[in-house]
Design a protein around this ligand. Sequence first.
Ligand code: UD2
Ligand code: MN
Length: 503
Amino acid sequence: RSIKHVPGYGEHGYNSHLAETIAVNRDIGDKRHPQCKNGGWPTDLPRASIIFCFHNENLIVLLRSIYSVLMRTPPELLADIIVVDDSSTEKHPDIKEPLDEMVALMGGKVKVLRLDQRSGLIKARMAGAAYSTGEVLVFFDAHIECSHGWAEPMMERIYHDPSTVVCPCIDIIKHDTMEYPNNAQQEIQKGGFHWGLIYKWIPLNATQRALGITAPQASATMAGGLFGIARDYFYQLGTYDEDMKIWGGENLEISFRIWMCGGRLEIVPCSRVGHLFRVKNPVSFPDGSDTVSRNTRRLAEVWLDDYKEYYYDIQGGKGRDFGDVSARKHLRDRLQCKDFKWFVNSVYRELVVPDDSNYALGSVRNPTSNLCLDDLQKLDDDKGDKKVGVYWCHGQGGSQFFIFSKDYELVALRKNDYCLDNSNYAPGATLEWYPCHKMGGNQLWTFKTQTKELIHVPSNNCLDARGLKAKDLVKLNPCDGSLGQQWEFSKVYSKETLWKKVK
Ligand code: UD2
Ligand code: MN
């Protein structure tokens, strides 16, 4: 059955009908790796305040989140649980009085805070933080389940260094079955981002891997929804950008700020919390405005220095409103934060930067037809085919921005790590974006700057736009020097034939 026909999905993006049939205090088992320390913690670990913000959450899912904290946090480590209702609508009467009544039965540590205006998760979290009393603030989405022993490993890291901000390992609770699979044997992933300035998961590097499966690992960015931070440090660091609205972008903003202003961000594999990942984002934006890109422009303007141009090249939106960022720039000065170049070179070394370290970049244009290589928006989600097409050159970057890397790949940066790939060597073959594997092979290209031919090395065929119109799929044909096989990059950093000496 398609998702549309499953009751409950429309509202929350998960199977809320099934979610409601599962006990609010269900046992999920111990999700930790057996090597995780069990006991022997310092006796004076700081106490945590848990802050759940929600807007129209399913009541049972919210209750299960609260219970998981109550059941699996040692009482001496739990200061309070603040449940912030970000002005849920009348359509959800059960998360109003009925929630209050249930919370009243949970003992004094759980408190509900109602915002009388829709404020967005950024301001809602700040309101929750101000209302709470623990030495450490733990922010959780309102559809999570903590596993056994989640709190101690996080608190210990902060106890040893209050400028370390910690994320648990975020496990996946399945949106269709509500299962919480055990992933303890799997190596964790860490946080990065792609040039649309959207969070993405990336693998650990070799040095990190060598530290072992249970070791806390430095992470360039956080996903955003689940982390712990010392209260004093949160305020000293400037909480959040209050002018960011509703949803989106705040996770990268606080990540950059932590690293660049002297702190450290980690993922602690022995602390495991499941998050209900949904099929789609059900967040409603009150005035219909796209707060994600405005928020993201704000963070680019404050933190990215010259690198912000890459964001605008690839994502667009330059010149559009982002409000006033002077207070945040002032904060950056006051905290004497390092620059973004430092962040890229020292913290997020996996980032592929569209600069002169590449051979060529920008649009890939066939001058005769004025058609450009275009991702046809097929990289926007993880589903569907990733066929490669052409479209009228629009000069706006985005779907037409690519790099020709020093590894002789053609890479789409909007959703990093997609390489132009083809395993069909017959004339007339179409191509596909495929995750870059750095092994050459079917992702190996040559750009002959003199003849402007883009040659797929293993098949020795040329990229060909002959006879194509906008939205057609681009082809590979035997090289014949025709006009359809000439391509120009907007920027070329090498005058040589970009030819790898293969074989
Ligand atoms: C991720 C983060 C989320 C947040 C977001 C970017 C994880 C697992 N989740 O997407 O925490 O950083 O990226 O902003 O890392 N909410 C409100 N008011 C609103 C909108 C949302 O209170 O106006 C609540 C919402 O009910 C939820 C929390 O904020 O409890 C996060 O929202 P989400 O679950 O829609 O975000 P998610 O997981 O898609
Ligand atoms: Mn969430």
